[in-house]
Design a protein around this ligand. Structure first.
Ligand code: PMP
Length: 286
């Protein structure tokens, strides 16, 4: 089945869709994105993603390509046309193109570009990786200083993922000034003596949609949460650890820089949070 994608107002077969070579997303990474999960053919936390998209656009003085209602309609239509039961909808908005390359932004009447496509991921919720848990390495965080804006500048996170794969691990946590910021594409947590520890929100990390939901669930389950800076050494001596993201939900972590956490299997709190998150978010999916 040929995938149908959405580009600037049109639904097209993927091999007929195109974007200008002068598009600033392509030339300058002048673009923001969102990834929304689909479970049972429905969108998980669309509202959260729409609100964060608006914030990213506002922070960069970028125009909104369409209303939230229109965006929802496009998401739903792509899910339907591509018969997605479990998978992802990727959305990218760029500052568009005025037909040339210049560091200065194009004039304000230049329309943004908007692209959406689906990724079919059967078994996304019942993931074998989540049953095994992830092995993590730590790397220096050398990204720019506005990580709260969800831009498509993903080269360093991609490199981090490759550094992990090269040594037989699954992912990397980034460290700045001695403290963990976040994972390459997720927020990072450890659990010690029943207390969940994660870095507080700031411009140094992405304000994860899943982070917000999972912390709410943890609070409702009467679990203690500490939002504070933490080191790799602290996480290594934890009872368990995990990450959160819209595409992998709650992912247990079983090893950090070669040190096994607990029994080396997903911890009970990560497993429980994953279960509740999947259950609640599917009930609320639209
Ligand atoms: N941090 C980074 C750097 C990410 O790329 C992501 C995933 N996009 C997250 C955290 C998790 O955010 P969310 O839960 O909204 O997917």
């Amino acid at each position: 089945m040929t995938r149908t994608v959405y580009v600037n107002g049109e639904y097209l077969p993927e091999n007929e869709a195109s974007i200008s070579i002068f598009d600033r997303g392509f030339l300058m990474a002048d673009a923001v994105y969102e990834v929304t999960s689909v479970l049972g053919g429905k969108l998980i936390d669309f509202e959260g993603h729409a609100v964060r998209l608006k914030r990213s656009l506002d922070e960069l003085d970028m125009a909104e390509p369409c209303t939230k209602e229109a965006l929802l309609e496009i998401h739903r239509k792509l899910v339907e046309l591509n018969e997605i039961d479990e998978g992802l909808v990727y959305l990218q908005v760029t500052r568009g193109s005025d037909g040339d390359r210049d560091f200065a932004f194009p004039s304000e009447d230049t329309p943004p570009s908007i692209v959406l496509f689906t990724q079919n991921k059967p078994g996304l919720a019942d993931s074998p990786a989540a049953k095994k848990g992830a092995k993590i390495i730590s790397i220096e965080d050398i990204r720019w200083g506005r990580r709260d804006i969800k831009t498509v500048q993903l080269l360093y996170p991609s490199m981090g993922k490759m550094m992990a794969k090269k040594v037989g691990c699954d992912d990397a946590w980034m460290v700045e000034d001695g403290y963990v910021t976040e994972g390459t594409s997720n927020n990072a947590y450890f659990v010690k003596d029943g207390v969940i520890v994660t870095r507080p929100l700031s411009t140094e990390i992405l304000h994860g949609i899943t982070r917000k939901a999972v912390l709410r669930i943890a609070e409702e389950a009467q679990l203690k949460i500490e939002e504070r800076l933490f080191t790799i050494e602290e996480a290594q001596s934890a009872d368990e650890a995990f990450t959160t993201s819209a595409s992998a939900f709650v992912m247990p972590v079983v090893e950090i820089d070669g040190v096994t956490l607990g029994e080396g299997v997903p911890g009970p709190i990560a497993k429980r949070l994953r279960e509740i998150y999947l259950d609640e978010s599917q009930k609320a999916a639209i």
